[in-house]
Design a protein around this ligand. Sequence first.
Ligand SMILES: Nc1ncnc2c1ncn2[C@@H]1O[C@H](COP(=O)(O)OP(=O)(O)OP(=O)(O)O)[C@@H](O)[C@H]1O
Ligand SMILES: [Mg+2]
Length: 350
Amino acid sequence: MSQIQNTDPIIGQQFGNVVAQSILGRGGMGAVYLGYHPGLDMKVAIKLLPDLFVGKRELVERFLREARVSGKLQHPNIVRTLDVGQSHGVYYLIMEYVEGIDAQKLLDREGRFSPMRAINICGFVARALGEAHEQGVMHRDIKPANILIARDGKVKVTDFGLARSITNTATALTLSNQVVGTPNYMAPEQIKSMDVDARVDIYALGVTFCQFLTGQLPFDGPTPMATLLNVVNESLALPKEIFDPLPREMREAIVAMTAKDPRRRLPNIAAVLAVLKKARDALRKAGLDSTEPLKGPPRSSSPAIPSMGGSSGSFASRASTQLPRSSPDSFSKPLGSGPSTPPKPGGRKS
Ligand SMILES: Nc1ncnc2c1ncn2[C@@H]1O[C@H](COP(=O)(O)OP(=O)(O)OP(=O)(O)O)[C@@H](O)[C@H]1O
Ligand SMILES: [Mg+2]
């Protein structure tokens, strides 16, 4: 294993004050490494941006501007940005390291989540979005891979504003023939190059909620373009076998969050929290409030599923027992005196 890691030229390199130690994962917008900050004596995550930044001054400036804005976000459910810079010709972002697992990996492992657990996770993501939207920051790439679940059960959203920083216009489409953002979670108005506002995050959270409950993406296709077409043209089909036994409030929450026309979608995060609370209350009433994994432990009892950061032991059972304890009610507290209408990109403080 260490031999494989040693072939990666990034390992051992310095980014600002931080030395890269091992890879945590790769996504559409670069790779994330575990690093150590000797001055602060703490582990950090280093996000390296892809080559498409090289020589693109406008993109780089936008990225730095976004990083400055999202770096100001301080919320228990948002991963802190600690530093940003350039080293060895690569742009990097130093973030708080969340030791745990991302929700996509947890979903891959467990198949799908219990309804109560899905609501709990989405509730914390909604609170993170509520804070960001109040500050005029949209996320624009909400999806399970950007939702980190710490070992102590805390839910933290990462990559705030990053998708916007590498899109050239208000659209989220192509750049150097690559799709920027994640097509399955893109709101129709993003795809159609219309004006977008914070309701794109509500849409993506609705898709994520649906995926948590069913284990499947509501809109998908063999290619990114086919997926985009399906998002725009196909109507939402929720599997009967999963939704029929659930209170209707679950279905209603997803439908309200994923309306194709943003004017028919839930207008703001306060409204999202209200429908999630309604769904949660209905689940409780129906006695469906277990947060245990639906499919039980992974097929193999071997430690085949690594926790992020390489610590020993299986995270699955701990995550499933600890998340509910982080006060399922806490996300339903009223939000601060934020705007009742979604912030426009123009309203950003950048
Ligand atoms: N702050 C962090 N702490 C710990 N692990 C992290 C952190 N940020 C990201 N990761 C891990 O690194 C993986 C890769 O992240 P990355 O953002 O590169 O990919 P992604 O989220 O799948 O796609 P995208 O590039 O669209 O965001 C994540 O899925 C997560 O497991
Ligand atoms: Mg990410």
